[in-house]
Design a protein around this ligand. Sequence first.
Ligand code: NAD
Length: 262
Amino acid sequence: MNGSGRVAIVTGGASGIGAATAQEFVAGGAAVAIFDINQAGGEEMARSLGPNACFFHVDVSDAEACRQAVDALVAQTGRLDFLVNNAVSFIAKGLDVTTADWERSLGVNVRGYANMVQACFEPMRRAGGGAVVNLASISGHIAQPGRWTYNASKGAILAMTKCQALDLSPHHIRVNAVSPGWIWTPEVARAASGDRAKWEPVWGRYHMLRRLGEPREVARAILFLCSDDASFITGADLPVDGGYLGMGSEGLGETSSFAGSE
Ligand code: NAD
């Protein structure tokens, strides 16, 4: 994309998909602000991206903190064009879920995304419009064991994205979601105890493409949705999932398949 002279916020930009997205914005000529609770990681990421990047310590579940940080950024840049709501609570609880788990999960993943859209609306409107991308997930579409919190929060993001798209459309602000499949990020690497060679063939089989995705592959889709090439796309969800959602529970069909009688 040609981001020259434009300004983006990426929440959760200290790590994983958010860090890759911040890199893509800078590579496209935009200025980027990383909003994250990881002070050291966020500062380091902004430093590595050079003078077109900066860091704000923000917990997106805190509406007032979001508003103050957005206002401080816009006081420096004079404008705001793009918001990528990417920060996440990975709390995955089912029958064992507590009230505190719900508050954190929905507080970051749902209210946090709403807080940021509310804080960014006025400066984006003043800039003449813009684009928001909300990170949903394959988990917002399907059942997974013991994951009421995370999957409910991602399903809520999908529903909220459509409502935000409708409400912001008169102001020329497009709002879309992306639903990644399994992506090699620090969270997934932790689940694999760092052993990619062992786990990629196992988890890769959940995807038609038989592998996991890279953070940059999601970042490129996010940049597309922000770009003018996506000028007639709003209220949509773009799977970036290697074919995960298109494939039913028969999977790759390597064990059994019903061939039909004719
Ligand atoms: P990650 O853990 O690498 O990065 C998440 C970042 O969010 C971290 O830097 C963390 O400090 C920050 N963060 C957490 N809580 C925050 C808060 N309250 N306020 C501000 N920042 C906060 O995550 P990732 O794997 O890159 O995932 C990024 C997004 O993509 C998430 O929304 C996730 O649900 C989604 N996603 C990831 C995968 C995957 O396989 N990794 C799959 C589907 C969807």
